[in-house]
Design a protein around this ligand. Structure first.
Ligand SMILES: NC(=O)C1=CN([C@@H]2O[C@H](COP(=O)(O)OP(=O)(O)OC[C@H]3O[C@@H](n4cnc5c(N)ncnc54)[C@H](O)[C@@H]3O)[C@@H](O)[C@H]2O)C=CC1
Ligand SMILES: O=C(CO)[C@H](O)[C@H](O)COP(=O)(O)O
Length: 298
């Protein structure tokens, strides 16, 4: 099979490399010329624009988008659209909002697959977990590509109609936030607790047979090994948040209680600001009890 890949960053390059390794052909494009050259060094056919990529693919185009969610997806699709027809298939493997994906599936002439992708850079070796939404026939046609990009046949499946792949990935990320928060709280208690513990050793021990073993816990072990039990100079600041916000918004709309995911998202937002509410609570204790007010350093 021949696959066009648009977006050759951390994740797109893994798609290119795994598809090439599986014996397929790749035509690659990115707005970053260096990324195109690097993919060409590995055996991909370079394209210098999206129309050029479309021309190189010919009829029955199979195209994988791996660009940042949002405007970049719409920009790439706007350039692709004049070259697409009903025999073509476009996969969006990024973290797009599921409602954007259902809109795009309606707007494009091609068959459109929204594909939630999980596994991060480790997917280069292991393959990804792929959650695909969209037409059954298009999914079936691309099974050889999904087999190559995923961990294997069990690493991908069709979740349902348009939007369902990105919907499942959105919820996956909400779960990811809550798990990160749970590990964070447990290790914070151990760090502040009664014993002087080697947290890498704790994580390693838990990862070997404990009920709470997981890949995120392996990443905790790696973090303590590389940064030390006190996490060295790693800042109290967590970036990101869009997929977790979407998960909470959807839960509110459906009236589904997701307190752990919501709390994890709130902790992430709190990490980025000086908390006015805590400053006010500090001052209010003086108001109602004449308790001492802690003041900022001048
Ligand atoms: N990094 C990760 O661990 C994961 C990322 N994702 C999702 O995968 C998608 C890609 O993420 P990354 O590879 O990490 O991002 P990245 O920032 O490493 O790479 C994005 C690439 O897209 C290119 N690009 C941007 N606009 C373009 C356009 N209009 N046409 C062609 N190329 C364009 C950029 O030059 C860049 O090389 C995002 O939606 C992200 O949320 C999903 C799961 C895990
Ligand atoms: O999808 C992912 C992992 O599954 C990406 O790493 C994503 O960027 C994580 O979300 P956030 O940036 O909000 O932490």
């Amino acid at each position: 099979m021949q696959l066009g890949v648009i977006g050759l960053g951390r994740m797109g390059r893994i798609v290119v490399d795994r598809v090439l390794d599986a014996g397929h052909d790749v035509v690659a494009f990115d707005i970053d010329e260096d990324a195109v050259a690097a993919a060409a060094d590995e055996g991909a056919e370079p394209a210098d624009s999206i129309p050029d990529l479309a021309a190189r693919l010919g009829a029955d185009k199979r195209i994988w988008l791996m660009v940042p969610a949002g405007d970049a997806v719409d920009a790439a699709l706007a350039e692709l659209e004049p070259h697409l027809d009903g025999d073509d298939i476009v996969v969006d493997g990024g973290n797009s909002h599921f409602e954007d994906s259902t809109r795009r599936a309606e707007e494009t002439a091609a068959a459109y697959l929204d594909c939630g992708t999980s596994g991060g850079p480790a997917g280069a070796e292991l393959g990804f977990s792929l959650m695909v939404g969209g037409p059954e026939a298009a999914y079936a046609e691309l099974v050889p590509v999904f087999d190559a990009v995923a961990t294997g046949p069990d690493g991908h499946d069709r979740m349902g109609p348009a939007g369902s792949g990105h919907y499942v990935k959105m919820v996956h990320n909400g779960v990811e936030y809550a798990l990160m928060q749970a590990y964070g709280e447990g290790f914070e208690l151990l760090h502040e607790g009664r014993y002087d513990l080697d947290l890498e050793a704790v994580a390693r021990t838990w990862n070997n047979g404990a009920v709470i073993r997981s890949w995120l816990l392996e990443l905790c072990e790696e973090a303590f090994r590389e940064e030390g039990s006190d996490l060295g100079d790693v800042a109290d600041h967590v970036a990101g948040g869009s997929t977790g916000t979407w998960t909470v918004q959807e839960a509110l709309e459906r009236e589904v209680p997701v307190p752990l995911i919501h709390q994890a998202l709130a902790e992430r937002f709190a990490s980025r600001r000086d908390r006015f509410s805590r400053r006010l609570a500090n001052r209010l204790r003086y108001g109602f009890g004449r308790h001492e007010v802690a003041r900022r350093d001048a």
